[in-house]
Each structure stands twice: as structure tokens, then as C-alpha cells.
Design a protein around this ligand. Structure first.
Ligand code: BDP
Length: 691
């Protein structure tokens, strides 16, 4: 058990459970011969054989206890409201055919059947009742994508699971088995697209050899309902073909992109489209030619439009010559463009206004651009949440953001409703997660990081799922459905993200990590070229107080939110304490709801975070008899690292802030192990994930 099989382990069930599963999968009936249907029946056979020891046969007609996969093409009068299922959804129903009990999996397409098969397998793996099933499921969000920040040289930006799984060198000729397993894993959680290359893109990925490589991957993924997309570099026409400009209004530039799109679609007829990082962190873009983001996006949109492609245009922008609060800049740039984007453009917005911090309020653009489809960008790879070793389950972060109320159209205007299109009536809808996948045997850098990939897919399919429910499924499939395993594992996971917030960035602090690799604490850093790269810019601690004033007396970022929120966040007393220092600069003596001063409260948060990790260690140790040795040992070792590093975060942060405020520690709190200079002197020149 090295984790390679992810949540698709299909380990032998105990005798009673194996009997239940066998009785509900005596045979598989799946008329048709598509590659997708074959993927579904292969998976069902492999899984049932794994769990029960007996591989169910394929049979032509439903027999008693069979799994019956049917579309309106193969079974014209299905007892299901097929319209509600859409192109990707499915129904699972315990029913009878000619008096014989069967489990019907019905869908409008073979892809829907594949998703339905995976759902049934989830039920089988997690110990659910398999009788009297009556399930309908269809995704509310159309594009459910992974974004790989994979470079053509095999490195992965912000990747902590080894090199890229795309073997560009040996593609297109060699398509290793890992690509199929990647597709299976993604299909099993409903992901239907993947952007292969880094948003900091190289033009080379648009050359003929690389298009052929992408096409080879698309061929592997197609049966699993997964489309391929590419990140593009704005100046590709200049770099690849010597054009004099990349001005989107120049007809030669538009013609170049149109020809490039035609070339790609010849190789990949169902190519999804382009993802663009432009005028962001040094990347070129249309603003270099005094054009807007909309001008740029629309020019590309016209190129892919005849083929049914889309443009995902990122809103992650902030400029070095803009003195305004970085948290405000994307809104300032994009809000005025609302209504100007072509109908096959969707603007991709990070969940928060800064950058994938352990906690940020939701991005002010959500709800603020009603005429433009917006898609969510989450980061599954944990750049700021402990990278590969810390156990920090992201389900609660995803849930918190999706449930956040923008008040854009009154109460209940949640971020989920913005991105599923229901708030403003958009048909083009999407959600992306920056992948945490690499060539490590366990794919994600740790067994528990697999849960973040899993949770992203499940919550992208159904934004109403709770982080807790998803963690339960994952733990049952990954370890064992035994409640003696599931309960403590889920309990560990559910508090783990808050623990990271506590030991890294309590009470609304953000971006206090060390330079470049973002590994570990660096709240003292103040020497970087751009002000907004420095932690001191974000926490603004001085002898009197700490925090970023984003109210009217400060940057006034609060006014980018709907009035009820702007009002609530304008005053410390009505601001949730979890966001306190995000919105306010407060004296160290400010009283928290607990009665603690701000400073004492901060120290208590740090301590709570460290204590939580120690609790996780104890819980995990108690699971030793119930978990296989290899996966047990990895988590045990990683928790040891996390315990040590949580302490490091706590001690370094306290040592620094104490050097600024000169306040004593609250009673009972331990002094940092080392002095501030010791923490400042630490260096990590070869930390992973940063190129
Ligand atoms: C930041 C990362 C950087 C990415 C950038 C982005 O540190 O590596 O290129 O976001 O999203 O989080 O473009």
C-alpha cells in the first residue's frame, strides 16, 4: 500500500460485506461498444473482483442481481426523468426487469454511465446500503477542471509531489499507464477537463510537436470524459513566428491565433480552449499595447469560437506601479469590464483577493460582475498550507468559500450561486483547482493530500456537499469503512485547516511566509523589491498595533463588497474575528470576544494550532493496528514534521512580533525556543516547487 491506488483501492471487503456486494453485482449488462462504456465495465469488474474475489461477467440481458447500464439509445423507456440528468449526470435505481431485481444505472450518455458506475462503486466501498437505491445526480457547474502548473522541462511550479506526470519527452509515442489511471481517478470524482501546462506558459507548448503530445494525452483522456486545455503565452505569435507585435487589435495577430486554433483543433477535435495569465507577475498581455483584458480575451475567443472552444482569462493581477492595496487591484481592473467579454470567455478568479492564503475573505469580484461568467480558482496544491507534509485538509476551506454570502442580490447570494451561474443566469460555468499531482507513487506528495484532490472534484460536482461528508467517503475508501478508522481520521482532518490558520496566520493575518518558496515563517521580511511581496506590507505591525486597515480610513477595500458586508466589515466589533486583522489595524491591547487582549489572543491561537497537531499525532498513533504499515509510517513521520514546524511557525512569529511590541507573553505561554535571529538565519535554498 504505497497510495498509488488512491481512493480506488477496491480492497477485499469482509465476508458479510463481500456477500452484499456480490448479490448486487451478479452480472453487468451494458449494451454498446464505446471506449467509455468499456472503461465503465472494466472498472466495475476490477472493483467487484477486488472487493469480493469474484469478477462479474458481462451479460446481454438483465438477470437477477445484475448491474444494468442503460441510455435511451439502448433502452428506450427507462423509468427515469432523463432530461434532469443532462449530458453528464446519471440515475441509480433499484428496480425490476421482468420480475428480476436489478440495479439500473441510467444516463443520457456513456459518460453519464461512467460517472454513475463510480457512484455505485463509492456506495459499495463505503459500506452503504445497496438496496432500494433511488439516486439522481447531475453537476451544476459545467467546467470542472484541474490546472496543472507543469513546465515543459518536467518541473512543477508549486508542486510538492515530484516531477510532472507528463512525460513530454517520450510523448506522443509512449503513453504510459499512469495517464489512464489519472483519467480514472479524475472521472471517478467528476472532473471533466485538464489544463496541461503552467499558467506561466512557454510559447513552445503551441508548436507542432507539443500539439501532437497534447493530442496523445487527449486521446487517452477522451473515453473518460476529460477534455484537454492549454495555457498560452500572450507573446507566442512574436516568439514562434516573428510577428512584430502581440497587439490584440492587430489583424495579423488575430489571424495568427486563428490559424493556431485551427491547427490545434485538427489534432484535437474536442480541444477545450485556452487559459491565460496576462499582465500578471511579469507575464506579457494586452495592456502592454494599451488594450484591456477584454480586448485580449475577445481576440482569442474569436479564434476558438468556430470550434466551440472557450477562453479562461485569469483575474489574478496586481501591478508594481500601482500603489493601491494589492487586495483591491483585480476588482479595480476587471469590474469596469463587466459586460465587455465575448460569450465564450469566462473570467477565472482565485478564491481570495491576495493569493491562496490559509484563510482569506472571498474575492470581491464574486457577485460584482453580473454580466460576466466567473469561474472559481482554488489551489489544491498547498503552497501556503504546509506543502506536502502538513496534514491540512482543504475541504473546510472550499466549503467556507462556496457558502460565503456575497449579498450581491440580497441574502443568500452565495459564491456557489455565482459560479454555478444561477445567480445571474449564466450558461458557461466553471471551477478549477491547481493540481497537487506529480510522479510520487502516492501522486499528491502525501496520502492525506489525496483528500484535497478528491474533495475538489466532489465539491466541484456538487457544491452543496459538506467537507465532512466528503472526508468520510474519502477516509472509508482510502483506509477502511470501519468506523473505528473513519471517525478519528475524519475528526483529524476536519480541524486541521483551522489548526494551520492558528499556527501560521491567526485572526486574519496573511502572507507572512518566507520569500520565494513560501516555506515557513518570515513575518520580518521587508527587503523585497516590490512592497506587496513583503510580509511587513501585509501585517503592518508596529509598537502600537497590527493589521491591515481596509476600511475607509485605510485602503477602503471593504467598499468593493456589497453594502451589508461593507458595513459589517467596517467595524472591528462586527467583523468576524477570523478576519479581524485582514480588515483592521488594531492596538495590541484591543479586547477580543474571549476577553483576551489581541496580543494574548494571538499567542493563544498559535498555541492552539500546535496543540491540535499534537492531538492528531495521538489520534494517528491509536490507529496503528488498523492501518497498513507503509501508509501508517508516512503519516506518522509527516505529523512529526508538522508538529515541529507548527512549533517553528509559532515560535518564530511570537519572537518577531514580540520584538516589535515588547509585550510579555500571557501567563502560561512558553517563550520561543530560540531568539529571533536564529529564525531569521534559517535558509532553504532548494525547497521544492519554486522555479
Ligand atoms: C502564486 C504563486 C505563483 C503563481 C501565481 C499565479 O506563488 O507561483 O504563478 O500565484 O497564480 O500563488 O499565477
Amino acid at each position: 500500500e504505497d497510495g498509488y491506488d488512491l481512493w480506488l483501492r477496491y480492497a477485499p471487503a469482509d465476508a458479510a460485506r463481500a456477500d452484499v456486494i456480490s448479490r448486487h453485482a451478479t452480472a453487468i449488462v451494458a449494451p454498446g461498444d464505446s471506449a467509455t462504456l468499456k472503461a465503465a465495465t472494466d472498472e466495475l469488474q476490477r472493483a467487484v473482483a477486488g472487493m469480493t474475489g469474484t469478477k462479474p461477467a458481462l451479460s446481454a440481458a438483465p438477470s437477477s442481481g445484475a448491474l444494468w447500464l442503460a441510455t435511451p439509445k439502448t433502452a428506450p423507456s427507462l423509468p427515469v426523468k432523463m432530461q434532469a440528468l443532462g449530458p453528464e449526470g446519471y440515475a441509480i435505481r433499484s428496480t425490476q426487469v421482468e420480475g428480476k431485481p436489478v440495479t439500473l444505472i441510467a444516463a443520457n450518455s456513456d459518460i453519464g454511465l461512467l460517472h454513475g458506475a463510480y457512484h455505485w462503486l463509492r456506495l459499495a466501498q463505503t459500506g452503504a446500503n445497496l438496496d432500494a437505491l433511488d439516486i439522481m445526480s447531475a453537476p451544476k457547474i459545467g467546467l470542472r477542471l484541474l490546472n496543472h502548473w507543469d513546465n515543459l522541462n518536467g518541473t512543477v511550479e508549486r508542486g510538492y509531489a515530484g516531477q510532472s506526470i507528463w512525460d513530454w519527452w517520450r510523448l506522443p509515442d509512449y503513453k504510459g499507464p499512469r495517464y489512464t489511471d489519472y483519467a480514472r481517478a479524475n472521472a471517478s470524482i467528476g472532473i471533466n477537463g485538464t489544463v496541461l501546462n503552467n499558467v506561466n506558459a512557454k510559447a513552445d507548448s503551441l508548436t507542432a510537436p507539443y500539439i501532437a503530445k497534447a493530442a496523445a494525452l487527449a486521446d487517452v483522456f477522451r473515453p473518460y470524459g476529460i477534455k484537454v486545455y492549454l495555457s498560452v503565452k500572450w507573446t507566442a505569435p512574436m516568439e514562434l513566428d516573428g510577428l512584430k507585435t502581440a497587439d490584440p487589435m492587430d489583424p495579423a495577430v488575430a489571424a495568427w491565433w486563428k490559424a493556431k486554433a485551427d491547427e490545434i483543433y485538427r489534432a484535437i477535435p474536442d480541444f477545450g480552449g485556452f487559459l491565460v495569465k496576462a499582465n500578471s507577475e511579469g507575464q506579457p498581455g494586452p495592456q502592454d499595447y494599451k488594450r484591456t483584458h477584454a480586448d485580449g480575451a475577445n481576440m482569442l475567443a474569436a479564434a476558438v469560437k468556430p470550434h466551440g472552444g472557450i477562453i479562461m482569462w485569469r483575474a489574478f493581477v496586481y501591478a508594481h506601479d500601482n500603489p493601491d492595496d494589492r487586495a483591491k487591484q483585480a476588482y479595480s481592473d476587471f469590474k469596469p469590464l463587466d459586460g465587455q467579454f465575448a460569450d465564450n470567455v469566462i473570467v477565472q478568479v482565485k478564491n481570495g483577493a491576495i493569493d491562496f492564503q490559509p484563510r482569506e475573505p472571498f474575492h470581491p469580484l464574486f457577485g460584482a460582475m453580473p454580466k460576466t461568467p466567473l469561474m472559481m480558482e482554488f489551489q489544491i496544491t498547498k503552497e501556503y498550507l504546509g506543502q506536502s507534509t502538513h496534514l491540512t485538509y482543504l475541504g473546510p476551506l472550499f466549503q467556507e468559500v462556496l457558502e460565503a454570502d456575497t449579498y450581491a442580490k440580497g441574502k443568500g447570494s452565495t459564491v456557489a450561486k455565482v459560479i454555478d451561474g444561477s445567480l445571474d443566469g449564466h450558461r458557461l460555468t466553471g471551477i478549477a483547482g491547481v493540481a497537487n499531482i506529480g510522479v510520487d507513487r502516492d501522486w499528491s506528495g502525501s496520502i492525506f493530500n489525496q483528500a484535497d484532490w478528491y474533495a475538489f472534484g466532489r465539491m466541484a460536482w456538487d457544491t452543496g456537499l459538506s467537507a465532512d461528508a466528503v472526508a468520510r467517503e474519502w477516509a472509508a475508501m482510502t483506509f477502511s469503512p470501519d468506523p473505528r478508522v473513519v471517525d478519528p481520521v475524519v475528526a483529524m482532518m476536519m480541524g486541521s485547516r483551522e489548526a494551520a490558520v492558528d499556527y501560521m496566520t491567526p485572526l486574519g493575518l496573511a502572507h507572512v511566509m518566507a520569500t520565494g518558496h513560501h516555506y515557513g515563517p518570515g513575518p520580518w521580511i521587508s527587503n523585497l523589491a516590490r512592497p506587496e511581496w513583503n510580509p511587513v506590507y501585509y501585517h503592518k505591525a508596529d509598537a502600537a498595533g497590527i493589521g491591515f486597515d481596509r476600511t475607509r480610513t485605510g485602503s477602503d477595500a471593504v467598499s468593493q463588497y456589497a453594502p451589508p458586508l461593507a458595513r459589517r466589515w467596517a467595524k472591528p466589533a462586527t467583523t468576524p474575528e477570523q478576519d479581524l486583522l485582514w480588515f483592521h489595524h488594531l492596538p495590541w491591547t484591543y479586547r477580543l470576544k474571549s476577553g483576551d487582549t489581541l496580543w494574548d489572543g494571538m499567542v493563544h491561537h498559535y498555541d492552539r494550532g500546535v496543540a491540535y497537531v499534537a492531538d492528531m499525532q495521538r489520534s494517528w498513533d491509536s490507529l496503528r493496528p488498523l492501518i497498513d504499515a507503509e501508509r501508517f509510517a508516512q503519516t506518522e513521520a509527516f505529523l512529526r514534521i508538522q508538529r515541529r514546524e507548527a512549533q517553528w511557525w509559532r515560535d518564530a512569529s511570537i519572537a518577531y512580533f514580540q520584538s516589535v511590541n515588547r509585550l510579555p507573553l500571557p501567563a502560561g505561554a512558553a517563550a520561543p525556543e530560540h531568539d529571533l535571529n536564529w529564525y531569521k538565519a534559517l535558509s532553504f535554498p532548494y525547497a521544492p516547487g519554486h522555479n
